[in-house]
Design a protein around this ligand. Structure first.
Ligand SMILES: NC(=O)c1ccc[n+]([C@@H]2O[C@H](COP(=O)([O-])OP(=O)(O)OC[C@H]3O[C@@H](n4cnc5c(N)ncnc54)[C@H](OP(=O)(O)O)[C@@H]3O)[C@@H](O)[C@H]2O)c1
Length: 94
């Protein structure tokens, strides 16, 4: 996704990097992201996503790039009775 044409275009528009656009996309849509880097410059880059906002058309364009692979969501259904637990966090449909 770092080389995706739409991501690169949105990044140019906001003078940010593709990684910052992707991180901002998730955070702005209420999804927590845990970026990991061993590179000090990229660590700084990854936190500098709170000084810009993606426009609705950016969000639409980025959303349309969903490859449908589903990401890595774990529902923990292998724990017996998990869905009856009052704090089971996934009552919504995916
Ligand atoms: N994966 C899991 O299932 C899992 C589960 C629980 C917790 N975690 C935690 O979640 C964090 C992330 O895990 P992960 O598996 O997603 O990490 P990862 O795949 O090991 O590392 C992230 C990759 O993104 C690169 N990267 C980071 N910032 C970038 C940037 N701005 N531009 C371009 N490339 C960038 C890093 O390269 P450089 O280092 O060279 O920047 C690294 O190759 C870790 O702290 C991990 O312990 C992961």
């Amino acid at each position: 996704m770092l080389e995706n044409d739409v991501v690169v275009e949105v990044a140019k528009k906001h003078r940010k990097t593709p990684a910052q656009v992707l991180l901002r996309f998730f955070v702005q849509n209420g999804v927590s992201v845990i970026p990991k880097s061993t590179n000090p410059q990229r660590l700084m880059e990854n936190i500098r996503i709170f000084d810009f906002e993606l426009d609705p058309e950016d969000v639409r364009a980025l959303r349309s790039q969903d490859a449908g692979e589903g990401g890595r969501i774990v529902r923990f259904l292998f724990f017996p009775g998990i869905t009856e637990h009052p704090e089971y966090p996934f009552p919504i449909q995916f």
